[in-house]
Design a binder for this molecule. Structure first.
Ligand SMILES: Cc1ncc(C[n+]2csc(CCOP(=O)(O)OP(=O)(O)O)c2C)c(N)n1
Length: 330
């Protein structure tokens, strides 16, 4: 239950941070690329990451995982430094939004949202196994239901299953892949069929319910650590925003928005945790104030920092400049 409170704090911090990013995007000028947020998916994201240990486990977060990133321990400044494209950021100004990571700390940089990170996480785990240093560490990544239609996802899931890799795959079924509804995305009855088809353990969870998410991921991580191979968790929910801030999501019918899938996980978690006497109104107010101050301070800091100078920058791949897990020195 203590993990629910930790996850809740990451959810709250992520929501406030992403509100700031969205307002910077709308104001124009500061953020050059798109802004992609995880509103409505924070419980599913943090519910997984809260079980991972930075320095021991591998975590490959995607577009909707700001809450998971914070729960795993990614510094707040990484978000602003990447969005503002400054050279102090983890991608040194080469990316303008979500393709950031810290591979040395077990967090590979996101590639595409569409299933390509699972094979990277598999590879990191497999390398550790070959080097005899896997121990009981696990890897985890997430993707949307649309991503489960790609060849990259199927190949990587099959590979993980055959090699019995300790990987947790969190599929956030938010009903729409950009504007494509599930009826045009897959014909199987249930996304858990994806797990059955590859001989992988599958779980279904209400992705709007933090305590349910924390509990199902606790079980999945435990089994993966104990040698049970890949664990695939499907969370049902809705993204409460556009695909990115440029998208008004007008293709999502009102009746879906007002269904249980559209429940906002943040106020729901707050009411659950208050009802269980785990948090108080006063604590939530205090955390909000603290997070808003931290967010403003991080934005002010990143705003002062320089973007790359195209004439002086060495544009070699970052992997050769020390980003990869201890293999290259800067
Ligand atoms: C190969 C490729 N094609 C298209 C895109 C653009 N794209 C990024 S995310 C996305 C939709 C993803 O839907 P889903 O996997 O359901 O995740 P969600 O956005 O719902 O979280 C698309 C079409 C891409 N990144 N890569």
């Amino acid at each position: 239950m203590a993990q629910c409170v930790t996850a809740f704090k990451s959810m709250l911090q992520a929501r406030l941070l992403e509100e700031k990013l969205a307002s910077l995007y709308r104001a124009g000028g500061r953020i050059v690329g798109g802004v992609y947020i995880g509103k409505g998916q924070e419980a599913f994201s943090a519910g997984l990451a809260v079980h991972l240990e930075k320095g021991k486990d591998v975590y490959g977060p995607l577009i909707r995982d700001q809450a998971g990133r914070l729960a795993f321990g990614e510094p707040l400044l990484d978000t602003f430094r990447t969005y503002l494209g400054v050279i102090t950021g983890p991608m040194r100004g080469r990316d303008g939004n979500v393709h950031r990571g810290r591979p040395r700390e077990g967090m590979p940089a996101m590639i595409s949202h569409l299933g390509s990170l699972l094979s990277v996480v598999n590879g990191m785990l497999f390398a550790r196994r070959l080097q005899g240093r896997l121990g009981d560490s696990v890897g985890a990544t997430s993707l949307g239901e649309g991503g489960t239609s790609t060849g990259a996802f199927h190949e990587a899931l099959n590979q993980a299953a055959i090699e019995k890799l300790p990987v947790i795959i969190a599929i956030a079924n938010n009903q729409f892949s950009y504007s494509t509804p599930n009826s045009r995305q897959f014909a199987c009855g249930d996304l858990l069929d994806r797990a059955r088809g590859y001989g992988v353990q599958g779980y279904a969870v209400d992705g709007t319910d933090l305590t349910a998410c924390v509990s199902v991921f606790s079980e999945a991580v435990k089994r993966a650590r104990a040698g049970g191979g890949p664990q695939l968790v499907v969370g049902s929910l809705l993204r409460l925003s556009g695909h990115g801030e440029h998208d008004d999501s007008s293709y999502i019918p009102d009746q879906v928005k007002s269904s249980p899938l559209g429940q906002d996980c943040l106020p729901y978690a707050e009411s659950q945790l208050k009802a269980s006497d785990l948090i108080t109104d006063e604590e939530v107010r205090k955390w909000k104030d603290e997070f808003l101050m931290e967010i403003d301070a991080a934005l002010a800091q990143a705003s002062k920092e320089p973007t790359p100078d195209p004439f002086r920058e060495n544009w070699r791949a970052l992997s050769t400049a020390g980003l990869v897990e201890g293999q290259f020195e800067a």
